[in-house]
Design a protein around this ligand. Structure first.
Ligand code: 6PG
Length: 248
C-alpha cells in the first residue's frame, strides 16, 4: 500500500483568494530556484482552475517572477491541436505565455501532431531526457489539479498509466472529453522538488476528505494521493472543495 504524503494544507474562502495565494507561492518558489540554480523549471497543469492563476501571474505578480530564467513544460495535455480551446497549451498561451517575457525556446509544449499519441509521448520523453541530461526529470515546481474522482495530470483511477514506472510520459485514455491524453507518469511527477495542487469546487469534496483523512483505500482509489514530491507538497484548497466535515 502506497504511503500518502501529508500535504501542507492551505485553505481559502474562495477561488480568487486561492489563486492569489498560489500565485504568491509560485513567485516565491521561482525566485528561490533561480537564486540557487540560475534557472527555474516548471511543469504546468491544465483544466479550468489555473486560468485565473495564469492571468494573475501575468499581471499583478508578473514583476516578481524571473521569467527570462523560466523553462516551461506541461504535466499533461489533451491530444488536440495547440489551437484547440481544449488544449492546455492553448489555455496557457492565451492567459500567460503571450503576456510574459519567457524566451520562446524555453517553452516546451507536449506535441500533439503525431498520428500516433504513443509516438508523441516518446518524443516528449526524449525532450525531457535531453533537457534533464543525466539526471531524472527534476522540475523545481509542478502545478497539478485534481478531478472529482481524484485524478491528477491525466492519471485517472484504474488507468494502466498509474503502473508505469519506466517511462516518464505516456499516452493515456481519460473518461472525459477529449479522451486521448498525454501525461507525465508518477515517477516523473514525484521527482519534482515541489508539487503545488490547486483544488477548487464542491465536486472534489469526497476525494479531498478521503485523501486528507488518509483512509486506507485513498492511496489506491485516488491518483492525486500518490503524488510525493522530493521536498514540498502544498495543497491550495478552497472552502467548497474542503467541505464542512473537515473542520480545519
Ligand atoms: C487536465 C488537467 C487535469 C485538471 C483536473 C482539474 O488536463 O484536465 O491537467 O488534471 O487539473 O481535471 O481540473 P479543473 O481545475 O478544471 O477542476
Amino acid at each position: 500500500m502506497d504511503k500518502i504524503m501529508k500535504p501542507d494544507l492551505r485553505i481559502y474562502p474562495d477561488p480568487e483568494a486561492l489563486n492569489r495565494a498560489a500565485a504568491e507561492e509560485i513567485a516565491h518558489l521561482a525566485r528561490v530556484a533561480v537564486a540557487e540554480r540560475g534557472l527555474v523549471t516548471v511543469a504546468l497543469s491544465g483544466g479550468r482552475t489555473p486560468c485565473r492563476l495564469y492571468r494573475l501571474l501575468a499581471a499583478e505578480y508578473r514583476d516578481g517572477i524571473p521569467w527570462p530564467q523560466m523553462h516551461l513544460f506541461w504535466g499533461d495535455e489533451r491530444y488536440v491541436p495547440p489551437t484547440d480551446p481544449q488544449s492546455n497549451y492553448c489555455l496557457a498561451r492565451e492567459s500567460l505565455l503571450d503576456r510574459v517575457p519567457i524566451p520562446v525556446e524555453y517553452v516546451h509544449p507536449m506535441p500533439t501532431h503525431f498520428p500516433n499519441a504513443e509516438d508523441a509521448a516518446r518524443d516528449y520523453e526524449a525532450t525531457l531526457r535531453a533537457y534533464f541530461a543525466g539526471s531524472g526529470p527534476t522540475f523545481d515546481l509542478i502545478l497539478l489539479g485534481m478531478g472529482a474522482e481524484g485524478h491528477t495530470a491525466s492519471l485517472f483511477p484504474g488507468s494502466p498509466a498509474l503502473a508505469e514506472h519506466e517511462h516518464w510520459v505516456v499516452a493515456a485514455q481519460a473518461p472525459a472529453q477529449p479522451p486521448l491524453r498525454l501525461s507525465l507518469t508518477l515517477p516523473a511527477i514525484n521527482r519534482a522538488r515541489n508539487a503545488v495542487f490547486l483544488i477548487s469546487g464542491s465536486e472534489k469534496v469526497k476525494a479531498v476528505q478521503s485523501i486528507l483523512k488518509n483512509t486506507g483505500q485513498a492511496a489506491t482509489r485516488y491518483p492525486a494521493a500518490l503524488v510525493h514530491p522530493q521536498e514540498r507538497l502544498i495543497w491550495f484548497v478552497d472552502r467548497d472543495a474542503l467541505g464542512s466535515a473537515t473542520n480545519k
